[in-house]
Design a protein around this ligand. Structure first.
Ligand SMILES: [Zn+2]
Length: 100
């Protein structure tokens, strides 16, 4: 399978030619974008994709990438939830409730 060429626009360099392997497709909360590293200036460029074009990119073999990492990582979230399960945490809340 050979990669198709895709023309994209870098805000710095203008039109650049990429292959589908150079592009990542990102879908997040109904917004779609494709990302690529410009072959000339190596800037990471994100471009919004109109909904009607996503399937064309997918058909061309563009792979999907994960959205940007969340501000709270999975580990931090686990710590946060573990804190909630601590009994003394609930006791503290009860004490505050009684104005002690
Ligand atoms: Zn560029």
């Amino acid at each position: 399978m050979s990669d198709s060429f895709v023309r994209a626009t870098c805000p710095t360099c203008g039109d650049v030619v990429l292959t589908t392997a150079d592009i990542g497709l990102q879908t997040d909360h109904g917004q779609s974008a494709f990302l690529f590293a410009c072959p000339r200036c190596h800037e990471h460029v994100t471009r919004e994709v109109p909904a009607g074009i996503i399937h064309i990119l997918q058909a061309a073999g563009v792979h999907e990438v994960s959205p940007e990492p969340e501000l709270i990582g999975a580990d931090e979230l686990a710590d946060f939830l573990a804190d909630f399960e601590r009994v003394d945490c609930l006791d503290q809340l009860r004490r505050l409730d009684h104005g002690a």
